[in-house]
Design a protein around this ligand. Structure first.
Ligand SMILES: [Zn+2]
Length: 444
């Protein structure tokens, strides 16, 4: 392969590889895109390592070694898997990778094969140009971001730390222009909520369902528990990532004041006309509890003695399992709590990175060339990304990319895991150019 990589073509091929991660270990098949990237990047002269902790779940890592071991290193982290798509509800084939009127269509076009493709192209261009930086540049195209990362970034961070650990890292979720009253802002994802998934085992006493009077029916108790969880409103927490975002957006002082006040924000959330915005603002400032799965009962004529509920709980910076337990107990109330047993399944704490860093500075400068006058604004993600594994290693990790004005922030929000996912060609080229310029500026 001697032709330089081309971002549109690469993205199309990655979409067609259909690396669908449904959460099961046998899904994903990221090996397909690892093979693709490895063969496409062959001409760059860089040697790549493939890590495949379980069959088909491969990740690719390449590096351009820096000349100065003291200079800060930078990792570009892109995932190659995507979430499932229902072809019946799409206007086009979700795995066709079609280019239509300047837009590439398909699952992963914005989450995040677009960025993975742009990073790969920038890496290819740098390597081919003989780029010899002071700080090391690492490109990592990883499996399994759409589940728990245990076949991808989580595994690499734990088992191949030296191969991927850098001082700084850039991954997904950021850069889509956001126009506010004080001008254009480019959001940089600097932190994310934690996931604390748990199971509630609700106890009762078995009996004959033909005589329900004064029985201890676990399903009836479970219904009351769900009702209490649904109406529980824990207090808002104004953490620094939220404060930095609100202050950075430059909203009128009276709105900013309300958004930064725990009582003010509660009032605002109830009347905010834009439901999407209200949900986002609520999730950014509150621990949230969503009951999502229920299992219970054995037979139609038996009063159930056990019902299990699964809760998707998302935590804020500083909240741990003990605090979650206390909040769930408070929500359920003292009369029902003795019937409830809480079992934690996943505890991935919230994470965040500082913004006063040389990488922030460099991103700010480079972004000027794409959106003149726009300022970076730190943004807190309510979902999880692979950045969390690296923040735990001490890496400063941001989510960033570069986008044109062709698709709005609202459109992007709807397309993440939604139907008709697509990205415009200009955004792909802008991201590739931004990553290349950033490496030259930051790594020296
Ligand atoms: Zn993603």
């Amino acid at each position: 392969m001697t032709q330089p990589l081309e971002v549109v073509d690469l993205l199309q091929q990655m979409i067609r590889n259909e690396c669908v991660n449904d959460g099961s270990a046998s899904s994903g098949h990221e090996r397909r895109s690892v093979d693709l990237l490895q063969s496409e990047l062959e001409g760059s002269g860089v040697d790549f390592e493939v890590y495949e902790p379980s069959p088909g779940r491969a990740s690719l890592v390449g590096r351009i070694e820096g000349s100065d071991p003291a200079a800060p290193s930078l990792c570009w982290l892109g995932h190659t898997d995507v979430v499932p798509a229902n072809a019946d509800t799409w206007s086009r084939d979700p795995f066709g990778g079609e280019l239509v009127e300047g837009e590439v269509w398909g699952r992963g076009a914005v989450d995040m094969l677009n960025i993975t493709a742009s990073m790969s192209v920038a890496f290819d261009r740098l390597a081919r140009s003989g780029f010899r930086p002071k700080g090391t540049l690492v490109l990592a195209a990883v499996a399994d971001e759409e589940a728990l990362g245990s076949h991808g970034a989580g595994w690499l961070a734990e088992h191949e730390t030296d191969a991927v650990k850098c001082d700084y890292l850039i991954t997904e979720s950021g850069g889509i222009p956001l126009d506010g009253p004080s001008g254009r802002r480019l959001p940089v994802m600097v932190g994310e909520k934690g996931s604390c998934w748990c199971r509630l085992r609700i106890h009762g006493e078995a009996g004959h369902a033909s005589q329900p009077l004064r029985t201890d029916n676990a399903l009836v108790t479970a219904a009351a528990v769900v009702g209490r969880l649904a109406t529980y409103r824990p207090l808002a927490q104004i953490h620094s990532a939220w404060r930095n975002f609100i202050e950075g957006m430059g909203w009128p002082p009276e709105i900013a004041r309300s958004l930064l006040d725990p009582d003010g924000i509660e009032e605002l959330l109830d009347v905010m006309p834009d439901l999407g915005m209200a949900r986002q603002a609520h999730a950014c400032t509150h621990l949230t509890i969503a009951p999502t799965i229920v299992h219970g009962g054995t037979k139609i004529n038996v009063i159930p003695d056990t019902v299990e509920l699964e809760l998707d709980i998302r935590t804020l910076p500083g909240q741990d399992e003990a605090q979650v337990r206390a909040l769930v107990a408070e929500a359920i109330g003292p009369e029902l709590w003795p019937k409830v047993e809480i079992l934690f399944m996943v505890d991935d704490p919230a994470s965040s990175s500082p913004i006063e860093t040389p990488l922030w500075e460099a991103m700010s400068k480079v972004s000027e060339g794409f959106h003149p006058g726009a300022a970076l604004v730190p943004f807190f993600s309510v979902g999880a990304t692979d950045a969390r594994f690296f923040r735990r290693l001490g890496t400063t990790a941001y989510g960033y990319g570069m986008f044109s004005e062709k698709l709005s922030f609202e459109q992007f929000a709807v397309m993440f895991h939604g139907d008709d996912e697509r990205v415009d060609v200009d955004s792909l080229e802008m991201s590739a150019a931004m990553f290349e310029q950033l490496a030259r500026r930051f790594l020296g």
